[in-house]
Design a protein. Structure first.
Lengths: 148, 378
């Protein structure tokens, strides 16, 4: 009985490897959307990402709480994310949050220093969500989306 | 010695602040506006609660500072308060801090929040942030519309339902409660009242059994809203008691590529006995702007007019406001505006002159109001 269970678990391993292998490899310059390994979703759409970063959704598609993080405004990854996902200027985003914040409708995502800080924080924070450049992708995080 | 004491007390304050931050993730943010105004009115008649006078002034009601404290007590509960100090004619209270809002929020589901306490009253499209100058193009929201309801808060509760359909956000807010408010004496009423109140003095009024809703649908570039409330009103100084009033509005705004549009229409209706304090009024404005880099030139046409009951106390004026906003820092904007205001010719109900009051202190024909200001958020 025990053996049977073990075998079934072992049989899953190649499947997982294949699944991971099937995920397109991130290029060094790609923007990689990562989450904590415990987050129970396998991917995220651009719209979901947008809604979470603009604060109109507080949770992932499975209902669990999302904790998004930005990089500092001087970082290239931030500029790429703001341009490709949020499709706004920093001033527009600043005005947007000034309206939401003082309406009591939430506050902007927290801001972390750079790629390494986001990688580390997402790895350690349940529900953590962030973006990093492909070249900084490390172990211990789950890749949700690769944006070329 | 003094400096030492200052730095000691400062570090004491900072360490207290950091203890609080550890306890419950307190978020502190704020807004600040310093606005200078000047009116060229020939008869030296003040405009809109002394917002603009013949003297250049920087301590009018548009100048303000607000500090918001937001504490997340746990995943579901939060507490928010805004302390605000404004300029203007409040005699001993000028620039005194007051808790203009203070409420506790409880997140029932991720889409549904219940808030209790002194919550914001969403009478207008931008009621939620009407005090945050940085958040909108003008120096002040168009006064023809925004003067029609002096209430900013509601003592009671509101229920906020917000959900997404793709990139669209739908919001429905239901609220109820009461409030003690002050308003500035309605100028024609001051002339006509049997127990005359003095012009430009504040009077208190009480709203009870207020019930209303506010709903909007929009995305990050477009937003459309409809709101309505009904309330019982008492104005003790005018002997008015238990009278019905209603207030409704619709509006939209657009911020698409370089184009900025704001437009709102409101309608205030009260029973006939109330006309001296709050006559029926219709009001609207439309703003068009075009963003050029960090500059936003804009133009607004606004009008306040008699409402359904055609009351002789109704205020009537129109204005054309041209302005320029310059975002010189990411969290700061410099603004300049020229507002040409013209009242309607008085039909003869008042013997005081040829012209009506509009939002002026006394009957007058017109004025050009110049405003210059800085808005900052932090």
């Amino acid at each position: 009985m025990m053996m049977h269970k073990l075998l079934r678990r072992l049989a899953l391993i190649p499947l997982l490897v294949i699944a991971t292998g099937a995920m397109p490899q991130a290029m060094a310059s790609d923007l990689v959307i990562i989450t904590h390994p415990g987050t129970n979703i396998e991917g995220i759409s651009m719209t979901e990402l947008f809604n979470i970063y603009m604060g109109t959704t507080k949770s992932f598609s499975d209902g669990s709480r999302a904790r998004p993080a930005h990089q500092e405004k001087t970082r290239p990854a931030r500029s790429a994310f703001v341009k490709k996902v949020l499709k706004k200027t920093e001033s527009q985003i600043s005005r947007y949050w000034s309206r939401r914040k003082f309406s009591g409708k939430g506050s902007p995502p927290e801001t972390l220093k750079d790629n390494q800080a986001v990688q580390k924080w997402v790895k350690e924070t349940p529900g953590g969500l962030g973006y990093i450049e492909g070249r900084h992708l490390g172990r211990g995080v789950k890749v949700l989306l690769i944006i070329p | 010695m003094n400096r030492l004491l200052t730095s000691l007390s400062l570090s004491a304050v900072l360490s207290i602040a950091s203890i609080n931050l550890d306890a419950a993730e307190v978020e502190v943010s704020g807004y600040f506006s310093a606005i200078g105004t000047y009116s060229d009115n020939e008869d030296n008649i003040d405009y809109y609660n002394n917002t603009a006078t013949k003297n250049v002034r920087f301590d009018g009601p548009d100048s303000r500072i607000g500090i918001q404290f937001s504490a997340a007590i746990n995943q579901r509960m939060s507490f928010t308060t805004v302390l605000e100090a404004t300029g203007g004619e409040q005699q001993d209270r000028q620039f005194g801090f007051e808790a203009t809002w203070a409420y506790a929020g409880y997140q029932i589901t991720p889409d549904l929040e219940l808030r209790m306490g002194k919550v914001k009253l969403p009478s207008f499209m931008i009621s939620d942030y009407a005090e945050v100058g940085y958040a909108y193009p003008w120096i002040r929201p168009p006064e023809e519309v925004y003067s029609t309801n002096p209430m900013k808060a509601l003592n009671g509760l509101d229920m906020l339902y917000s959900t997404n359909l793709g990139s669209w956000n739908f919001l429905f807010q239901l609220y109820g409660g009461s409030n003690n408010n002050t308003a500035v004496t309605h100028a024609p009423a001051a002339d006509y009242s049997s127990t005359p109140a003095q012009k430009d003095e504040t009077f208190t009024f009480v709203t009870r059994n207020m019930l209303g809703f506010n709903t909007s649908i929009g995305n990050d570039i477009f937003n459309f809203r409809v709101g309505y409330f009904e309330t019982k009103v008492d104005v003790p100084s005018m002997g008015l008691e238990d009278l019905m009033g209603s207030f409704g509005g619709v509006g939209f705004n657009l911020d698409w590529q370089n184009i900025v549009i704001y437009s709102e229409f409101i309608r205030r209706e009260t029973v006939e006995e109330m006309e001296m304090a709050f006559p029926d009024q219709d009001a609207h404005y439309t703003t068009l702007g075009y963003r050029i880099g960090n500059f936003l030139p804009h133009i607004t046409y606004a009008r306040i007019d008699k409402g359904k009951d055609d009351s002789i106390f109704a205020l009537k004026q129109e204005s054309i406001k041209t302005g320029l906003r310059y975002d010189f820092e990411e969290n700061a904007a410099l603004k300049f505006e020229v507002n040409y205001v013209k009242t309607d010719r008085d039909p003869g109900d008042f013997t005081t002159g040829d012209y009506g009051y509009g939002l002026f202190e006394s009957p007058t024909e017109k004025a050009t109001i110049y405003s210059l200001g800085v808005d900052v958020i932090f």
